[in-house]
Design a protein around this ligand. Structure first.
Ligand SMILES: [Mg+2]
Length: 237
């Protein structure tokens, strides 16, 4: 292989698992002392999150400012539960502030991730990072876990101005690494964005199917390899 490109969230770092509890706790800390109906608000919050991130256009627009998105989600949930708008704005902002801080509790390296990076580096394989989302949040993740040193190119949507699965994102990474797509692998948990995006340029894709559910029915993208976690890529060591 000429090079390996990695996704960040839920590929190298756990990001999603445990987030629900942090969402609910940040809400409860603010709402409970005010005698608001916490269970109803938590249920509303779940529904609003589904709605908010379920629209691909909104997803693309909002994911480069995550603290802002979190505030909008809390405010929307409060408004839907008939909290007056001005009060919802203030409480939602406080819930989002707490969530933004507490969110870090569940972000942690996934098993085998750092070993794989070290092993590939020891083999001299050039590595790239391609991650969608908020520039400040993604940089902070890389900094906290001392990940930047592993990568010759780091493409963050919020810095680059384009995100996966856009062709330019992958083309830029390959150009900086000076490698051909054909002998390059992309590793990621998003079938369409990570694998589909990379394959469109002729690269190969390892899909992380964390829950072993297989591709969704009707999925157009066929990964070149499927694993349940990067720990299974020990044949790359
Ligand atoms: Mg991911």
């Amino acid at each position: 292989m000429d090079a390996v490109l990695f996704d960040l969230d839920d590929t190298l770092l756990n990001y999603s698992e445990g987030a629900d509890a942090v969402y609910a706790r940040s809400l409860a800390e603010v709402a409970a002392p005010l005698s608001l109906d916490v269970p109803a608000l938590v249920a509303e919050l779940d529904a609003v999150r589904q709605w908010f991130w379920g629209d691909p256009i909104r997803h693309r627009r909002e994911r480069t400012d995550m603290p802002g998105a979190w505030r909008k989600i809390y405010v929307e949930a409060l408004c839907r539960q008939r909290v007056p708008a001005a009060r919802a704005e203030a409480l939602g902002a406080e819930m989002a502030r707490r969530f933004t801080e507490a969110r870090w509790e569940v972000v942690r390296p996934l098993p085998g991730a750092f070993n794989l990076l070290e092993a590939l580096a020891a083999r001299g394989v050039p590595l790239g990072m391609i991650t969608n989302g908020d520039a400040a949040q993604q940089r902070e993740k890389l900094r906290r876990f001392d990940l930047e040193r592993h990568f010759r190119v780091i493409v963050i949507e919020g810095e680059f101005g384009r995100g996966k699965p856009d062709r330019e994102v992958f083309a830029h990474a390959l150009e900086v690494l000076g490698v051909e797509a054909r002998q390059t692998w992309m590793v990621g948990d998003n079938l369409e964005f990570d694998i589909g995006g990379a394959q469109a340029l002729g690269a190969r894709g390892v899909w992380i199917d964390r829950h072993g559910k297989g591709p969704p029915a009707g999925a157009a993208v066929r990964p070149d390899r499927v694993v349940s976690s990067v720990a299974e890529l020990d044949d790359w060591h």
